[in-house]
Design a protein around this ligand. Sequence first.
Ligand SMILES: [Zn+2]
Length: 265
Amino acid sequence: MAAMLSFLRRKPTPDPLASPRWPAIGRAMPLLQGLTAEEWERLEQRMRTFLADKSFNAVQGLALDQDKLLVIAAQAALPVMNLDDSAYHGWFDVVVYPTAFVSRDAWRDEIGLVHEGEFEYAGMARSDGPLLLSWPDSQAGPALDGWNLVIHECAHKLDMLNGSANGFPPLHAGMSQTDWTRAFERGYRDFCRRLDRGERMAIDPYAAENPAEFFAVLSECFFELPHLLHTEYPAIYTQLREFYRQDPGMRLPVIGVDEAGWYDN
Ligand SMILES: [Zn+2]
């Protein structure tokens, strides 16, 4: 039994949020402003889980120190702050690059021909596990401009909880599949139509790529420019508020379309 008992013992790991630098790092992130004390507590709990459960690998010479881990973990924790502690289950590796990285991919064109090529990415949520992030893009995330790489990739991970990413993640009990589908399908069609008309958009046109990217990009917008999303697509805002079980519009300052900036398409 002694062997069994010693097998069960685990060395206590230091609390990463005990770092004297964490409070200042957290307070400097505009994304986190307005959280109540209770929400901070839940955010920190999800950060602890994320930091304990995932294996972080810095590649291509990047030095991944505690401060960088805290910046990434805070952004990853925010969307799941009010969700089950196991929302990010089923994958383990986070790979952090010193810059955007190149990945070889295949895609099928409109007539079905398969092409291969190398593309540059700021981040990627791979269906076979790892979450890949460029550190400069992860660091730029917390500014309130509607662009947040970590939230984008984590939204894909939530979407993948019921299969491949398609913009239809598993919904909570009480949420309506019909309402979700109607809101997102209508929104996606409208978004693509507006882009086709050449309309200037304050939401990243990359959302038009496919329904999975639409969900991920609008999730970024929900957490950074909630008032803008609410104005543009109120039905989607309602669905995301129910899905993420929080209402960033209640805690973040109102940033209008002009302040948020425009994307050229
Ligand atoms: Zn994406």
